[in-house]
Write a protein that binds this ligand. Structure first.
Ligand code: BGC
Length: 346
């Protein structure tokens, strides 16, 4: 099922695609950025609640650099100075953020119109074909993002990319969750558990990792015992001060190479719980520190910390950082990754 949402600034038609299951979950997507537009899940009374932040027109998605629900590709998060090297060849992408690249620059795939290859009631496949050196990244690259909504109220995201040249790919999704309802203000009251005993500290001004992999023990980043997002968000600790809260890569304590549970969040207002699984090594836990003032539906203005993101990924700037696993995709060998967000009530 799909309907016209509106046109973007280039007069391209942006559509809303709807998936539903038999357990009361509805998820809507856009071809702009292969974006998750709305996630509706039942609360403890069985009433649908919108648990992701959204805009009511394509131009807001295009204009705002909040990346609500978008697929970020080729490269999630930061690349120092927008420069990287593969086999002695230097490549340069858009340095859109204080002299560094964030989320593949101003014209990354989050701002592109994707094609729909297939849609059923519970599954949709978006594709995008990037030309060699598009945004500075080597390779003609075929991207596919498959979303599925299961009857267990899970939303799964499968990423696939195939390049004809050795390249770097690090895909994520930038949904902001608010399990108390998208228009309910700050998520500081949410409870959160993250299975991560290390994180990657950043430098003061630009949010680039220092290269260190530091233990979370005794820091605000220790979510191994469930606590609220707000408890330590304004702690007297440099790393949360630099970022005005949480905007850091946590190193997931992986036990296998496969898809594993790494986080649980809960909002008592609705009784909605979200569990998250991934096969990625890291997750950018971003507490919406830099949102505020953007206009949502029905005149609602988003506030600081209005949503939190769990952006599964290779570590930021990993392509340049010797201490991190390097995201290299060889020619002809697919890049594949999977993340699942599951919803329930308690
Ligand atoms: C980044 C933040 C940025 C946000 C929205 C996050 O992934 O780490 O620094 O402000 O995305 O662009």
């Amino acid at each position: 099922m799909y309907q016209l949402f509106g046109k973007d600034s280039k007069k391209q038609e942006i559509y809303i695609y709807t998936l539903t299951n038999k357990s009361g979950m509805t998820v809507r997507f856009l071809n702009l950025g292969a974006t998750i537009h709305e996630i509706w899940v039942p609360n403890k009374e069985g009433q649908p609640v919108l648990v992701s932040t959204t805009y009511d027109n394509p131009r807001s998605y295009e204009r705002e650099y909040t990346y609500f629900g978008a697929v970020v590709a080729p490269y999630a998060n930061r690349i120092a100075k927008g420069i990287f090297e593969i086999d002695g060849q230097v490549y340069k992408t858009d340095a859109n953020m204080q002299g560094h690249s964030l989320h593949s620059g101003r014209n990354g795939l989050s701002k592109k119109v994707w094609d729909v290859k297939e849609q059923t009631n519970q599954k949709i496949v978006f594709t995008y074909d990037a030309k060699d050196l598009e945004q500075g990244f080597p390779g003609n690259i075929h991207y596919e993002v498959t979303y599925e909504v299961t009857d267990e109220n899970e939303l799964s995201i499968s990423y696939y990319a195939l390049s004809d040249k050795k390249t770097t790919i690090n895909m994520t999704n930038h949904t902001y969750f608010n399990l108390a309802g998208a228009f309910s203000g700050s998520v500081e009251g949410h409870e959160l558990w993250i299975k991560a005993s290390h994180y990657t500290p950043v430098n003061p001004a630009k949010g680039l990792p220092t290269g260190e992999i530091a233990p979370v023990d005794g820091t605000p980043f220790d979510f191994r015992v469930t606590k609220t997002i707000g408890r330590d968000i304004r702690a007297d600790f440099d790393q949360v001060r630099y970022a005005q809260g949480y905007d850091h890569n946590l190193v997931i304590d992986k036990e296998t190479e496969g898809v594993e549970k790494f986080a649980t969040a809960y909002a008592k207002e609705t009784g909605i719980q979200m569990d998250a699984w991934t096969d990625c090594l890291g997750v950018q836990f971003y507490a919406g520190n830099f949102i505020g003032g953007q206009k949502g539906p029905n005149g609602y203005r988003y506030v600081k910390h209005n949503g939190f993101c769990l952006e599964t990924q290779y570590f930021p700037n990993a392509i340049n950082e010797a201490n991190f696993v390097r995201p290299i995709t060889e020619a002809g060998i697919p890049y594949e990754s999977k993340t699942v967000y599951g919803f329930s009530c308690k």
